[in-house]
Ligand binder design. Sequence first.
Ligand SMILES: [Zn+2]
Length: 567
Amino acid sequence: MRKLIVLILIFICSLWVTSYHRTPAETGLNVILITLDTTRPDHLGFYGYERSTTPNIDRIADEVVVFTDAVSVIPLTTPSHASIMTGLHPESHQINRNSHPVDKSFVMMAEVLRKAGYSTGGFVSVKLVGSKIGFAQGFDFFSDSNPPGTKSDKPGDGSSNRSSRGDHTSSILVRRGDHTVWESLEWLKANIDKKFFLWVHLYDPHLPYEPPEEYGLKYNPRYNDYLKTIRNPGYREHDFADNPELEGKEPGPTGTKPMRRAEKFFKKFFGVDLNFLIQPAGNVNPDKVQDFISAYDGEISFDDAILDGIFQLVKEEKKFDNTIIIIMGDHGEILYEKKDYFGHHKYLYQGSIKIPLIMKIPGIHPVTIDRTITNVDILLTLLDALEIKHKLKMDGVSYWPLISKNKNITAPEYRIIFTNTGKIPDIEKPPNVTNKRSPRTVLKWVKLAVENRLSKIVDKRFKKRRWKIDDHFQKIAIIKGEWKLVRTAKTSEKKEYKYELYNLKSDKQEQEDLYMEETIVVRELEADLKKYLKRKRKVAVPEAESKQSEAQRAQELKELKSLGYVQ
Ligand SMILES: [Zn+2]
């Protein structure tokens, strides 16, 4: 009996041991993670873009591991960054939209590194990945806005769209990248002799594309005219984003309140899109599309220029050879090549989901890797590169054996990608899965399991609506080999799922939907997708009250609207 009690005590004690710890094998390398919001790989110099947008990153890219097929599992800023930082897939961290807070129970990259003795500093450019959303977890110093008193975050004045998204105080939602980098340099200088982890997030290439004049003019001599039009009070970002031809008009019929109401009315009751009637399809001025793309490239070029400050400092301080640098995107951007659309969150086409990813790792020779890798795989790969032992539960795969020894790795047979169409579902759930195995988490699991069971009984009796992966994510894609199948959620108008199938090898632009022709491929991918979703549905969480108050939710919606995410 005594033996049994001792064994139980040992078992309980072992639960209290933290799930990750320092080991003598740790490399002592510093880490810099740079996440470039909304940046498409094919618009960067080192990925072969015709414009030299990124001369500074290109110089580093000569000596790094370049991934040619990196993909974001969700083209939305908050969920994508949550996947980068936790190594969890969206259905695990259950963040399906922007501004949904990351639960404290998740272990994030900075927490692991801080435990391993790193000084940690995080500097972000939009509050979608700010401290209120939970991204400050594990950082000794974290900043998501300019210090109070900073007048403007954009050149010129408050008339620019982006500066009007905040109030030019510390509560500003978006800040220009040079402010973020400047602040990060101050922190880096103070911590350069310690073992450090620095995260810098830049938001500049996000809509509206408004680089500082020097960078706007770099690719478009008419840049100032373009700026005038997008700052026109009649300009509506969504119309503009979806149809550049609407832009540039004086506040006319589509800009007036009654007309907007009429649009809504016609759309709701007759299914007629008045915008479409006013602006016949196919009447797009290609010059205007090019103006947008040039401004987008200017934003990327601006980010490249400001990032050089970080590279130079690390070189001057002789830390370059002792620092891992990861530069990656959180999602891409469709630049009007599909659906007459500028943006990323509405669709799962390659423009939205492909991301740049390079890793400079001391001691590793430059290599190009064509295997598909996702943002979920970053944390595991990094921890292996740093030789940090842990017992974290993640959805990703470590690419370290492939990077360091060219050893084959077992990556998933297929990849599942999610998005929402811009509409925010009113499903509010606490996350139910965490990657930490502390006693508190175990207790939480037990509590959730009991609640889950009870809620199932309640559901059965009262037919209460339950969390469903299919509702949580309105578009779901499966990529297997050269094929990609995209499924659109059922809506009240469309009772059936709608599918599209593309061959990513022979049709990189996804021009030809082969859903009707390739029935055998469709059947296989549909079966895989169904199996995956069925497996994931089993981890359904209990119905629970939103943690956010009405006021918080209203404020959040207001902020998302100002960033162009809610219509
Ligand atoms: Zn983003």
